[in-house]
Write a protein that binds this ligand. Structure first.
Ligand SMILES: C[S@@+](CC[C@H](N)C(=O)[O-])C[C@H]1O[C@@H](n2cnc3c(N)ncnc32)[C@H](O)[C@@H]1O
Length: 359
């Protein structure tokens, strides 16, 4: 338990999403006081009593990482900073160490993708090499990408700028909070035909959907085909719908079929065997939902789960997310989650599944 009546939280998000994260947090947690922000990084002053047993479980669409702040360390000498790091955390007990940067730019902008950097990896190694003997040569402190297990207390070092380390801690409570800064280490395979591969590879892992050999998926707005590749890598059979040309890599794939045209022009019977839908159309959220509704409520179609992007063509659309969720729930999907993922741009990823045990 903290001795001061107030504590500070530090959060990261996509560069450009700070204002929506701020509004979201203020509406859900009225006891939080906004303290400070810069691109991709926010801090909050909160009553210390809200931090119980190091466990802060904040529900947010736009937040990627959240930890209790122990303040910052500045200076360009990594070794000196590392000594200060250990002094700062004192006798606190923890299970993992995560070192990660805040984002520098919007995902996909001029080739930039969020993730651990050479610098953050070097800082991790410097901190470990200055650690008290107890931490040395322990497998769980052996490499920067190491994931925490659910329930672990994680000591965090967030690199906000060169020579500016913010120290904090969090408890791993879910999939996202197990990774350093909520960041997956994922890169584009050399044969990936579009950035959508990263988006859907991350989305599939985040959703936990059991898409595997033989799963039948309809991918709507499939061209050129990176998203479909993420499904094919899992062994799925993919029906891609798009008026645009698919990459030849997809057209050659034995488990991929292209239905060329707009979804609203195609006969519903093509989708009788589909059980999963993915979609990433460059259209408004309501258009995407109209397309999905028309498919999932059709009497001959039995869809178990959907994974798709909702494009926030203007940021203000974030306020409609609860209405989008209600609409999808009315179609019979009882397990729904929505997040702005690491590889999403001005959009969010939504996963909805019908729990077979739910009526
Ligand atoms: C962002 S791209 C999709 C990227 C793709 N998912 C990938 O994996 O490479 C959006 C696509 O949506 C398609 N699209 C837009 N409206 C559509 C509709 N009504 N039916 C089918 N495709 C549509 C566009 O032709 C475009 O290729």
């Amino acid at each position: 338990m903290e001795s001061s009546p107030f504590s500070f939280l530090m959060m990261t998000c996509q560069v450009g999403a700070e204002h929506v994260l701020k509004q979201e947090i203020l509406s859900k947690y009225p006891e939080f006081r906004f303290s400070y922000s810069r691109p991709g990084f926010l801090t909050w002053k909160i009553p210390s009593c809200l931090i119980q047993k190091d466990k802060m479980e904040i529900q947010s669409v736009f937040m990627r990482y959240c930890g209790v702040s122990l303040g910052k360390i500045t200076g360009d000498d990594f070794a000196k900073n590392a000594v200060q790091f250990w002094n700062r955390i004192g006798e606190r007990k923890f299970d993992r160490l995560h070192v990660f940067p805040k984002d520098k730019a919007t995902p996909g902008e001029s080739g930039y993708e969020p993730g651990l950097t050479e610098e953050s990896r070097r800082i991790f190694k410097t901190i470990v090499s200055h650690a008290p003997e107890f931490f040395q040569n322990k497998p769980r402190f052996s490499f920067p990408e190491i994931e925490a297990s659910k329930g672990d207390t994680v000591m965090d070092c967030l690199i906000a700028a060169p020579g500016e380390w913010w120290i904090g801690y969090h408890q791993a409570v879910d999939w996202r909070s197990s990774f350093p800064g909520g960041l997956l280490t994922l890169s584009m395979p050399s044969d990936a035909v579009s950035r959508a591969f990263l988006k859907f590879e991350e989305g599939l892992r985040w959703s936990g959907f059991p898409i595997q050999t033989g799963s039948r998926c309809a991918d709507i707005g499939s061209a050129p085909g990176g998203g479909a590749q993420a499904l094919l890598c899992r062994g799925a059979e993919v029906l891609g719908v798009d008026p645009a040309e698919m990459s030849p890599v997809l057209m050659k794939h034995p488990r991929f079929t292209h239905l060329r045209g707009r979804i609203n022009q195609l006969k519903r019977r093509y989708f009788r065997k589909s059980r999963w839908i993915t979609t990433d159309m460059n259209v408004s959220p309501n258009y995407t939902l109209d397309v999905l509704e028309d498919l999932v409520l059709h009497p001959e179609i039995r869809i178990r789960g959907m994974l798709f992007t909702l494009k926030l063509l203007k940021w203000e659309l974030f306020a409609d997310i609860p209405d989008y969720i209600d609409r999808i729930r009315n179609w019979g999907f009882n397990d729904i989650k929505v997040n702005q993922l690491q590889f999403n741009r001005q959009e969010v990823m939504l996963a909805a599944i019908k729990n077979p045990f739910h009526r």
